[in-house]
Design a protein around this ligand. Structure first.
Ligand code: GLC
Ligand code: GLC
Length: 653
């Protein structure tokens, strides 16, 4: 878009641009993209930093950072950017299936991970989120999210060269690489924090630093505690600096101050650095927290969205093929905002964690019915067209019961009591539950808590194995598969969690580690036992049963065009509360697939009238795409097996 004020500024910037940038050849794509996005970049940057006397100088630096990183961008990646521009909905395809893993827990290190790519490919995984790989102080790492150096790989995990070699190996196999950028904070041992400590005001301005408690106390009035047990409060007194610093997460994680444009530009540079090191997708951590304002919860602030829009606009100039994932584990009405308000002029992240769906799935495990899930999904706001969900059951974090109170009420429960029931159910306080979870982040003030534990242990596999209960083992496996059938059919990128494909149980060894003991999330960050993983090839074993079924499910998903995420999902109301039913439209041929899931321990009937939603003429044969068979129908009722699911289509006969 052409607009005089911004264009005049762009001309000024280009006139003053450093000669080493100016003399570069092959900058055509850079300049056309810069021109196309400049009005938007200028407007956002002006909105955030326009009051400052150094505004123009900061804009100049911003453009130079984009230009330098464009020059540094490897030509293979530039070529890929162009391809993705012409096939811009590429990531909405159902061909993608992801997994999140710690490279050390999965395979010792990055080199090891490279040797395990064929295992992942065998399962059907073609997108990897390699959990944080950067240098963190040992013992004060928050699992990799307290970064000491944003450009240095943790020596125990590997080197930059290893990342390069992993990313090119993955590219050869058509696998996507996702890496983290921890935007919200740094370790207190990061160079910037160290300099701030030494009293340098330039670096103190990188963080929220205060002389006394006056301002921190004002903030605290409305800020919740993220880690109430381990790190209560949102500020930490720093002895060296003799000042308070904002630390929303752990006391050693200092929140970055995005009110300072230098911070924004530094972090953009880091994003582009990793884009240039072969990341196809960048997971932007804790984005809801990016902007702090007294009198608010300091989450989901409008400026946090503007920061993300600006990051996206800038990234599109230098590395337009790279996607962002928003890690915003926030209320359902807030999450969709992280896609942005408009796919062109106010875009943020193309992908977002579907935390609502995840939490609702856990509700079905405890209640054995789909009432709240159905209600919650119906309330999920619409999202932009060129945006998609990351659908997951487990990840490295806790399970927060972050669905809406209104939905709990509509489903017929009392919100307080229902949340308490769920917590009790998963953390061993409820007699009738086979789940073996641990509470995480118990808040004594509010009574809130979240849940830790592996998928297998939370659905009852661990307790069933311990008591030699074959039926319990069977049921747990069915539940593991049922939950996966939903993240694979919902629309979006399914993100499996490493170890779940072979039924990995809780790892209690963290209890003996002084640094991990107080953070129960370590219970579900396993080290894979590869001798156990080998059992996936032995029929009859738990590992075999889960792995082979998931492998088939992923392969079948990839064949079902209706599972691509073009917002074609429609929730279907049915009488039976144990069932979740929705249809997915294949836009190309306007045929539908109906997904049916039964959360109950007994088989359940569903009236065949529901099949009208396939939109087919009267005479047709029904087929479940997963088994390839016709489902059982008795007296006009479809029979859905206990903890079973169907992906139904109809064929005219
Ligand atoms: C994100 C990460 C989590 C971490 C937090 C603070 O939520 O997923 O593991 O503790 O950010 O960095
Ligand atoms: C994240 C989420 C929270 C999560 C935490 C890390 O930002 O808001 O749900 O538990 O950080 O565990």
């Amino acid at each position: 878009m052409y607009e005089q004020i911004s264009h005049a500024l762009l001309n000024e910037i280009l006139t003053a641009i450093k000669p080493e940038i100016l003399k570069q050849r092959n900058m055509r794509y850079f300049y056309t993209r810069l021109g196309a996005n400049f009005y938007s970049i200028y407007s956002l940057f002006h909105h955030l930093y326009g009051e400052r006397s150094d505004f123009k100088a900061q804009m100049q630096r911003l453009v130079e950072v984009m230009a330098r990183q464009y020059i540094a961008r490897p030509s293979a990646l530039k070529k890929q950017d162009l391809e993705r521009e012409t096939d811009h909905a590429w990531f909405l395809s159902q061909k993608w299936a992801g997994m999140a893993l710690y490279s050390d827990g999965f395979a010792d290190n990055l080199k090891g991970l490279k040797t395990k790519l064929s295992y992942l490919q065998d399962l059907g995984i073609n997108m990897l989120h390699v959990m944080p790989i950067l240098d963190c102080p040992p013992g004060k790492s928050d699992g990799g999210y307290a970064v000491r150096d944003f450009r240095k790989v943790d020596a125990r995990i590997g080197t930059l060269a290893d990342v390069k070699s992993l990313s090119s190996a993955m590219r050869q196999r058509d696998m996507l690489l996702t890496l983290d950028v921890v935007l919200n904070h740094t370790s207190d041992e990061h160079e910037w924090a160290k300099k701030a400590r030494q009293g340098d005001p330039y670096y103190q301005d990188f963080y929220y630093v205060f002389e006394d408690r006056t301002i921190p106390d004002l903030y605290e009035e409305s800020m919740p505690d993220v880690f109430p047990e381990n790190a209560p409060g949102n500020f930490t007194w720093d002895e060296d600096m003799q000042k308070w610093v904002m630390t929303v997460f752990n006391h050693y994680q200092w929140d970055l101050n995005y009110k300072n444009p230098t911070v924004f530009i530094e972090m953009l540079d880091i994003i582009l650095f990793w884009a240039n090191h072969g990341a196809d997708i960048l997971r932007l951590d804790a984005v809801a927290f990016l902007w702090k304002k007294i009198g608010t919860r300091c989450q989901n602030e409008r400026e946090a969205h503007l920061v993300l829009q600006l990051l996206k606009d800038c990234c599109q100039v230098t590395a337009p093929g790279v996607l962002f994932i928003a890690e915003a584990i926030v209320a359902p009405t807030e999450v969709t905002k992280y896609f942005g308000e408009d796919a062109v002029v106010a875009k943020e992240c193309e992908i977002a964690y579907n935390a609502t769906f995840m939490a609702l799935l856990w509700d079905t495990v405890a209640t054995k019915n789909a009432k709240l899930l159905h209600q919650g999904l119906k309330s999920l706001p619409n999202k932009l067209e060129r945006a998609t969900w990351l659908n997951y059951i487990r990840c490295h974090d806790d399970i927060g019961l972050g669905f809406a109170d209104e939905d709990i009420v509509k489903a017929g429960y009392n919100p307080r009591e229902h949340r308490k029931f769920l917590l009790d159910y998963f953390t061993g306080q409820f007699d009738d539950s086979p789940a073996r979870g641990k509470p995480f982040a118990v808040n004594k003030k509010t009574g809130d808590a979240r849940i830790a534990g592996t998928l297998a242990s939370l659905v009852g596999l661990e307790s069933a194995i311990d008591s030699g209960d074959e039926k319990g083992i069977d049921d747990s496996i069915k539940r593991i598969l049922l939950l996966h059938s939903l993240i694979l059919s919902f629309g979006g990128i399914p993100l499996l969690y490493y170890g779940d494909e072979i039924g990995t149980l809780n790892d209690y060894s963290y209890e003996n580690d002084e640094y991990k003991r107080s953070d129960s999330r370590w219970i579900h960050r396993p080290t894979i036992d590869w001798s156990k993983a080998e059992l996936r090839t032995q029929p009859g074993t738990v590992e075999f049963r889960i792995f082979t079924a998931l492998k088939k499910m992923i392969a079948v998903r990839k064949e079902i065009d209706a599972f691509a995420d073009f917002n074609g999902r429609e929730m279907i109301d049915v009488d039976n509360p144990h069932l979740l039913v929705f249809s997915q439209l294949d836009q190309q041929v306007s045929s539908k697939v109906i997904v049916v899931a039964n959360f109950d321990a007994n088989e359940q009937p569903m009236n065949i009238d529901v099949l009208q939603h396939l939109g087919l003429p009267q005479i047709y044969a029904i087929k479940d795409l997963y088994t390839g068979k016709e489902p059982e129908i008795i007296d006009d009722q479809l029979v859905i097996p206990a903890y079973g699911f169907y992906w139904l289509t109809g064929e005219q006969i």
